[in-house]
Ligand binder design. Structure first.
Ligand SMILES: C[S@@+](CC[C@H](N)C(=O)[O-])C[C@H]1O[C@@H](n2cnc3c(N)ncnc32)[C@H](O)[C@@H]1O
Length: 262
């Protein structure tokens, strides 16, 4: 599948379902990136692939002047409603992280939590990160690694997909790949961390993702009778790999990428 075709699909796929439920399941990652980037009053902050706006909200609440950008119009709509409810002035726009309609050097901080990793053209994303970050400005990315965690979910779904992804999002969780993409433009600091995610069962995990995580919900809807096969494969894999006494604890491994624009 070509990159442009994938992105046209993804702009719908990611908005399929109440994504806010998933956002809440990665709240620890939002706090982590905010704590490390330390928003200051008035700083110009861009949150890329912002989803329903968790990081944008935290940065704006601390006084940053925030723009949030995402490919999925449905998620931007939810983000706008949430900002209005909370009385936060956040500039939300629909856009593509591979091609930002934003000026060179226009942000002091650029963040993305489990976000830019899902755009297929990694080099284009890296170019845009370097272009819009002001010299001396900072980036903070959180990327799932190819190890235990969310990559397992994509491995479970892969045999059911009509076509493989044209590039591998989880390469953004590998230090070597990130250094190749961003090392020339940014002074980098890379750290591996684990986010534990606890639920009562593999079945509860399936309920959450099959109803609320766009890529899984869309796949389920495309499978017809075969969706039960995916359901079984999902629950079996999680119960086998992550069962501890009394429930499921998935150790989700991620790479925190901190960089200062040279
Ligand atoms: C796993 S969600 C993360 C959302 C949010 N950052 C959070 O932490 O809750 C991935 C997000 O990347 C967005 N996305 C995927 N490809 C994109 C692209 N090319 N440009 C902009 N956003 C994109 C999706 O629409 C989705 O909101």
């Amino acid at each position: 599948m070509a990159y442009e075709e994938l992105k046209a699909r993804q702009s719908v796929v990611w908005g399929n379902g109440p994504y806010q439920r998933i956002t809440e399941a990665i709240a620890d990652l939002h706090t982590h990136v905010i704590d490390r980037l330390e928003p200051e009053s008035g700083v110009r902050w861009l949150d890329l692939a912002c989803g329903t706006g968790a990081v944008a909200e935290l940065a704006a609440a601390r006084g940053a002047t925030v723009t949030g950008l995402d490919l999925a119009p449905a998620l931007i709509e939810t983000a706008k409603e949430r900002a209005q409810e909370q009385g936060l002035a956040i500039d939300y726009v629909v856009g593509d992280v591979e091609q930002l309609a934003l000026d060179d050097g226009s942000f002091e901080i650029v963040s993305s939590v489990c976000g830019v990793m899902f755009a297929p053209d990694h080099e284009a994303v890296a170019r845009e990160l370097a272009r819009v970050t002001k010299p001396g400005g900072r980036i903070g990315l959180i990327n799932w690694t190819p190890g235990p965690g969310v990559a397992d979910l994509f491995r479970i779904m892969a045999p059911f997909q009509a076509a493989p992804l044209p590039s591998n999002p989880f390469e953004w969780g590998e230090e070597k790949h990130v250094r190749e993409l961003l090392g020339d433009a940014f002074e980098l600091e890379l750290e591996k961390h684990v986010s534990p995610f606890a639920l009562e069962s593999g079945e509860a995990y399936w309920e959450l993702f099959s109803t609320s995580y766009g890529p899984t919900k869309t796949l389920v809807e495309s499978l017809g009778d075969r969706s039960e096969e995916l359901h079984r494969a999902w629950v079996d894999a999680l119960e086998t790999k992550y069962r501890v006494n009394g429930g499921i604890v998935q150790q989700r491994e991620y790479l925190l990428v901190l960089g200062t624009r040279r």
